[in-house]
Design a protein around this ligand. Structure first.
Ligand code: GAL
Length: 645
C-alpha cells in the first residue's frame, strides 16, 4: 500500500455541496489518505428503478482525487431503497418465528432473495461502468458488514433456497437422512420438499439441521457478496475487492470468505468501559490477519470516540484512540479508518462520534485524530511488513455452530470466550499468534493450540497427529474432536481422532456446576473451571490431577511424548501465567524495509520494558530517531513506541 492509510467513512450526502471544500481542507489537515464513500447512498443514486442520479457523486470523487485522497468505493447495497421493498415485499427477511423485519432501518433484505441480488448487481454494474476508471478509485468495498442485522432468514424464499443447497450437498434424500440422523424422533424425510429451515419448534431441533442451516445462511450471504464481486471483476478486473467484517461474528466464517477477498477488512469498536477491550481486539486482529494468510489488512471502521449503540457509551479517554489504532498497526494493519468523517445532525447515528464532531474542529477529538493522522504519515516503511508468529490457535466456525446448541453436556461452553482465554496468555507473554482454520498448513508453527474444537474430521486429527510426529508441540483442550462434519459422535472413546497422539481416552464428561472450580495438584498446580472429564491414560502422563470432586486423583492435564514432538491435553478450563509487565503488548512486523518492534502500554501506569538488545526508536512516545539505539523503554500509560529491531 506504500503507507499506513488513514481516513474513514465519508457520507457527503448528509451535507450541502458547499461543505465539501471544507471537508477536503480538513481531511488534508488531519492527514487523511483514504476514505470509503457511498456506503448507504442507494436511495439517492437510484431514486426509482433504473433511474440514476450519479452527478453529485461523481463530483465528490473528482474533489477527493484533486486532494490526492484514495477512495475505497462502496457498492451501496447494504440498505435497499423504499421503492424496492414497496414493489417486492418478499425481499424482507423473517425470523425463526415467522415475524417480518420491516424497512425503516437497514439490511432489511433476505440474503437468498433473487430480487435483491438482481437489483444489487444492476446497481453495481452501473457503478463500475461509471467509475471503474476514475483515478480516485483504489478498491471496492462490497456491501457492508454482511449479516450484521440479517444473519439468518427463515422465510419461504430462504426455505426453497435451503432445499436447493441441500440437494447440491447431499444429492439424495437418503443421504440427507443419514447425515442428519433423522431416524431420531421420527424425522425421516420422504422428499426434499418436506425439509424446512429450523424454525422455532416445540423443543430441541435436529442439531445437524441447525448446523447445516448455519452453513447455508453464511453461504447465502457469501453468494450476495460474490454476485457483486463477479459484476465488478467483469468490468474492473484489476481493482481489488474487500468487505468489512465484524469481529468474531458467529454467522460469518471469515476463513471461507477470505479466499474471495483481495484484502481483509475489519470493523472493531473498542469499549472504553471494558478494561480488557484490547484483549478482544488482539484476538480479532489476529483472526483477520490470519484469514488473509498474514498479508496486511485494513481496520476499516473504529470510533474516533464514543459509539451510540451500547447500553452506556463512554468516550475514548485521551490517548486510547491512538493506542488502539496503533494496536491494529502493530498486529499487521496497513490502514486505520473510522466510522465516520463528519457527525450528522439527524439519523440513528447522530450521537456516534465522528472525526469532525458536532462541536467542530476546536475539539479534543479532532486534535487527537489529526495528530494520529500525521504520526501515521511519518512511518511509510511499516507498510507491507508482516508479523511471523510461531504459535497458531485453531478456530473453526463450523465447530462453533455445532458446539453452541442446547442438548449438550454443558451450556457454559462459549467458543469465542474459550478462544479468548487461550489467546490471552500468549498476548500477556508477548508471544504472537496466528488464529487459523484446521485445514491450514501448520508446518511453519512450533506450537499449535486447539481450544474446544468440538467438531473435527478424522483427516484433521491425522494432520495434527502428523504435526506432532514431525516435532511439533500440540496443546488440546477439553471437548475437542467429539463429532464429525455432520455432528455425529466419533465412537470408541473421546476424542477419537486425537486419542493416539494424546495417548489417552476420555470415558465420561463431568461438566462443573455454575461458578464451580476445582483445585489441580501436581507438577502444574492451579485450578480448573467449567469442565472436567474422566481421562484414562494410554501412554500419556498426568501433569496435574483433580484435587477434589468426583474425579479427585484422576488426570486433569496430561503430556504425551509422541514421535519427535509432544502433545498436551487439558481436561478442564485452566490458567497460565504471563510474562511482560502487566498490560504491555509486544509485536513484531518484518518486511523489505526492516523489522519493527511495537510496544504498547494498555495499562494505567508507566511500564519499563528492557529490550533484548539496543535498538533505535522510530516513532511514538519519547522516540527520537536521531538519538541512536536505546536499551530500555519507559512507556507511559497508553503509550506507544515503534523500534527498528
Ligand atoms: C458499523 C457500521 C457503520 C456504523 C458503525 C457505527 O457496524 O458498519 O455503518 O453503523 O457501525 O458504530
Amino acid at each position: 500500500m506504500g503507507r499506513i492509510h488513514f481516513g474513514g467513512d465519508y457520507n457527503p450526502e448528509h451535507w450541502p455541496e458547499e461543505v465539501r471544500a471544507e471537508d477536503i481542507r480538513l481531511m488534508k489537515e488531519a492527514g487523511v489518505s483514504m476514505v470509503t464513500a457511498g456506503i448507504f447512498s442507494w436511495a439517492l443514486v437510484e431514486p426509482a428503478p433504473d433511474e440514476y442520479d450519479f452527478d453529485w457523486f461523481g463530483r465528490v470523487l473528482d474533489d477527493l482525487h484533486g486532494a490526492g485522497i484514495r477512495v475505497c468505493l462502496a457498492t451501496m447495497t447494504a440498505s435497499p431503497p423504499p421503492w424496492l421493498t414497496e414493489r417486492h415485499p418478499e425481499v424482507l427477511p423473517q425470523d425463526a418465528d415467522g415475524v417480518r423485519r420491516w424497512p425503516g432501518s437497514r439490511q432489511h433484505f433476505c440474503p437468498s432473495s433473487p430480487v435483491y441480488r438482481e437489483r444489487a448487481v444492476r446497481l453495481v454494474t452501473e457503478l463500475a461502468t461509471r467509475y471503474g476508471t476514475h483515478p480516485a478509485l483504489d478498491s471496492w468495498h462490497i456491501g457492508n458488514e454482511y449479516g450484521c442485522s440479517n444473519p439468518r432468514c427463515y422465510c419461504d424464499v430462504s426455505a426453497a433456497d435451503f432445499r436447493r443447497w441441500l440437494r447440491e450437498r447431499y444429492g439424495s434424500v437418503e443421504a440427507l437422512n443419514a447425515a442428519w440422523a433423522t431416524t431420531f424422533w421420527s424425522q425421516r424425510y420422504g422428499t426434499f420438499e418436506q425439509v424446512l429451515p429450523p424454525r422455532t419448534a416445540p423443543t430441541h431441533p435436529n442439531p445437524a439441521q441447525v448446523l447445516d442451516y448455519a452453513r447455508f445462511c453464511d453461504d447465502a450471504l457469501l453468494r450476495c457478496y460474490l454476485a457483486e464481486k463477479e459484476a465488478l471483476r467483469r468490468i474492473t478486473p484489476d481493482v481489488p475487492v474487500t468487505t468489512n467484517h465484524m469481529p468474531m461474528h458467529k454467522p460469518v466464517d471469515p476463513y471461507s470468505w477470505a479466499v474471495h477477498e483481495d484484502v481483509q477488512a475489519l470493523d472493531f469498536y473498542q469499549d472504553p468501559y471494558d478494561p480488557e477491550t484490547h484483549l478482544g481486539a488482539a484476538l480479532a486482529f489476529d483472526v483477520t490477519r490470519s484469514a488473509g494468510g498474514g498479508r496486511p489488512w485494513m481496520l476499516m471502521e473504529q470510533a474516533p470516540s464514543a459509539v451510540n449503540w451500547r447500553a452506556r457509551n463512554s468516550p475514548k479517554p485521551p490517548g486510547t484512540m491512538r493506542l488502539w489504532s496503533w494496536q491494529a498497526v502493530a498486529q499487521g494493519a496497513d490502514a486505520v479508518l473510522y466510522f465516520q468523517w463528519r457527525a450528522t445532525p439527524g439519523g440513528a447515528e447522530k450521537f456516534h462520534s465522528a472525526m469532525v464532531p458536532h462541536a467542530g474542529t476546536d475539539t479534543r477529538i479532532f486534535r487527537e485524530v489529526s495528530a494520529l493522522g500525521r504520526e501515521l504519515g511519518t512511518v511509510p516503511q511499516l507498510a507491507g511488513a508482516r508479523p511471523r508468529p510461531e504459535v497458531a490457535l485453531l478456530a473453526d466456525w463450523h465447530s462453533w455452530w455445532a458446539l453452541e446448541q442446547g442438548s449438550h453436556p454443558s451450556g457454559d461452553l462459549d467458543f469465542a470466550e474459550t478462544l479468548r482465554r487461550h489467546h490471552r496468555p500468549f498476548f500477556e507473554a508477548g508471544v504472537e499468534c496466528d488464529v487459523v482454520p484446521p485445514d491450514r498448513d501448520l508446518s511453519a508453527y512450533r506450537l499449535v493450540v486447539v481450544p474446544n474444537l468440538y467438531l473435527m474430521s478424522t483427516e484433521t486429527g491425522a494432520r495434527l497427529t502428523e504435526f506432532v510426529r514431525a516435532g511439533g508441540h500440540l496443546l488440546v483442550s477439553y471437548f475437542t474432536g467429539i463429532s464429525d462434519d455432520c455432528d455425529r459422535v466419533h465412537l470408541g472413546g473421546y476424542p477419537a481422532p486425537l486419542r493416539e497422539v494424546l495417548g489417552l481416552r476420555v470415558e465420561e464428561f463431568w461438566p462443573l456446576a455454575e461458578g464451580q472450580s476445582l483445585p489441580l495438584t501436581g507438577a502444574l498446580a492451579g485450578s480448573g473451571d467449567l469442565w472436567s472429564e474422566a481421562i484414562d491414560l494410554e501412554g500419556a502422563e498426568a501433569v496435574s490431577v483433580f484435587g477434589a470432586g468426583e474425579l479427585a486423583g484422576r488426570p486433569a492435564l496430561t503430556r504425551h511424548a509422541y514421535g519427535d514432538g509432544v502433545a498436551w491435553y487439558a481436561g478442564t478450563g485452566s490458567r497460565v501465567l504471563p510474562g511482560l509487565p502487566a498490560g504491555v503488548q509486544a509485536t513484531v512486523r518484518g518486511g523489505a524495509d526492516g523489522r519493527f518492534l511495537f510496544l504498547l502500554n494498555h495499562g494505567t501506569s508507566t511500564a519499563t520494558v528492557t529490550l533484548p538488545e539496543p535498538m533505535p526508536a522510530l516513532a511514538g512516545d519519547g522516540a527520537d530517531p536521531g538519538a541512536g539505539p536505546v536499551s530500555s523503554v519507559d512507556l507511559p500509560a497508553r503509550g506507544v513506541v515503534v523500534l527498528q529491531s
